[in-house]
Design a protein around this ligand. Structure first.
Ligand code: AMP
Ligand code: GLY
Length: 427
């Protein structure tokens, strides 16, 4: 079968690497891809959000299956467009993608279906939000309603920071239309876990647990990013907790979306906080996590295309996923300055000679031009996801950091504590 993968980040490199291994796949294209993906797929220069160009390409090339990596094309309705033209595409419709596209929709949905989450309020003016925070207890969390690449969440420690955050949303309009409405919610304490499940609209198939590290600096300091590293499985997510999350979160969400008339077909990512009162939903995403995909897929033994086909035939309950009984860990190497401004175009040294059991997934990379021809250069905030497999977390960490120490470019930044940071409770 001919497959088109949409996207060009670290998640998509891991997906491309995995899809290319399927015996069912005869040809893999990726739009737009990156330098790493070009080693396992044919990259085509079409942006992930250019839905009509992607549709034309899929028709011209007689693509049998399109797999969508990032959220933007899903939230703007790529699945609906492809389906209307009779093309097979894996992912949620625009209606179902609201679980990621609108935090306001999601909070109301969670409340309606009694799914545990932080208490919250919704605001669309500076004044209303300001008067509400005067009454509230800090810390508080403020979130842009719409998509903001993981950067639209501000954690405010006191009233001063809260007021500043409201200026950022409502006066500076830093998140544009995505921040016209905001959610202000209770700060939850505990350890974060990512739990990802395939769904065919009715049945679901959970993957192994994983854990992301969202802040830019060690010890969870600094701004939130798309994710600076991840590992799988997460020891804190015990089988009992997993059962509880399936019953209190996954099942009611899949049933609720069906009841709403927007059944969820695709990948449901649940961001959880394991609080003292039990697991609570921080967020939903409607696609695989980045960087969680990188450690998950290096452990997954099952053919991912087989799972996707079960979604199309609504027989996901018949599928099992097999995992390598190892721990995997991914360290994100980023451009200095990310998630703010950063430089591009630096040659990445040391990519050759990486040891066995380590996979270097590319995110913001491209092939150089001119005097950098034939070399791989930086082209984004998150640049590489160095992913290692080990018998336990410590071994995966050691292997991963050894490989990281061999790779260089000017102003490279990465966290030294991936696999170490636990709860957000101080002390
Ligand atoms: P979100 O995009 O909603 O998952 O938020 C991004 C990150 O902000 C999460 O992964 C958490 O680290 C943090 N966060 C979000 N909501 C809360 C909350 N209610 N309490 C504590 N931390 C939060
Ligand atoms: N790693 C968090 C996300 O993919 O949104």
């Amino acid at each position: 079968m001919k497959v088109l993968l949409v996207g060009g980040g670290g998640r998509e490199h891991a997906l491309a690497w995995k899809i290319a291994q399927s015996p069912k796949v005869t040809k893999l294209f990726c739009a737009p891809g990156n330098a790493g993906i070009s080693q396992v797929a044919e990259c085509v220069p079409i942006a992930a959000e250019a839905v009509h160009e992607l549709l034309q390409f899929a028709k011209d090339q007689k693509i049998d299956l399109t797999v969508v990596g990032p959220e933007q094309p899903l939230v703007i309705g790529i699945v609906d467009t492809f389906r209307q033209q009779g093309l097979r595409i894996f992912g949620p419709t625009q209606g179902a993608a609201r679980l990621e596209g609108s935090k306001v929709f999601t909070k109301r949905f969670l409340e309606k279906y009694r799914i545990p989450t932080a208490s919250y309020g919704i605001f669309d003016t500076y004044e209303a939000a300001l008067s509400s925070i005067q009454k509230d207890n800090f810390p508080l969390v403020m979130k842009a309603d719409g998509l903001a690449a993981g950067k639209g969440v501000l954690i405010c420690q006191d009233f001063g920071e809260g007021k500043e955050a409201l200026e950022v949303f409502f006066r500076k309009r830093a998140f544009g239309a995505a921040g016209k409405r905001i959610v202000i919610e209770e700060f939850l304490k505990g350890e974060e876990v990512s739990y990802i499940a395939f769904s065919d609209g009715e049945h679901f198939l959970p993957l192994a647990s994983s854990k992301d590290h969202k802040r830019i600096f060690d010890n969870d300091q600094g701004l939130n990013t798309g994710g600076m590293g991840a590992f799988s499985p997460t020891p804190a997510f015990t089988p009992d907790l997993e059962k509880r999350v399936i019953e209190t979160v996954i099942r009611p969400t899949i049933q609720g979306m069906k009841d709403e008339g927007t059944p969820f077909e695709g990948i449901l990512y649940v961001g959880l906080m394991l609080t003292k009162e039990g697991p609570k939903v921080l967020e939903f995403n409607v696609r695989m996590g980045d960087p969680e995909t990188q450690p998950l897929l290096v452990r997954m033994k099952t053919d991912i295309i087989e799972i996707i086909e079960k979604v199309f035939t609504r027989r996901l309950h018949e599928q099992v996923v097999e995992w390598e009984a190892k721990t995997s860990l991914c360290i994100v190497m980023a451009s200095g300055g990310y998630p703010g401004k950063y430089e591009k175009g630096h040659v990445i040294e040391g990519l050759d000679g990486i040891q066995q059991d380590v996979f270097v997934f590319h995110a913001g990379t491209e092939w150089g031009i001119g005097d950098k021809k034939g070399k791989i250069v930086t082209n984004g905030g998150r640049v590489l996801g160095v992913t290692a497999l080990g018998d336990d977390l410590e071994e995966a960490r050691k292997k991963g950091y050894k490989a990281v120490s061999q790779i260089h470019w000017p102003h490279v930044h990465y966290r030294r504590d991936i696999g170490r940071s636990q709860s957000n409770e101080k002390g």
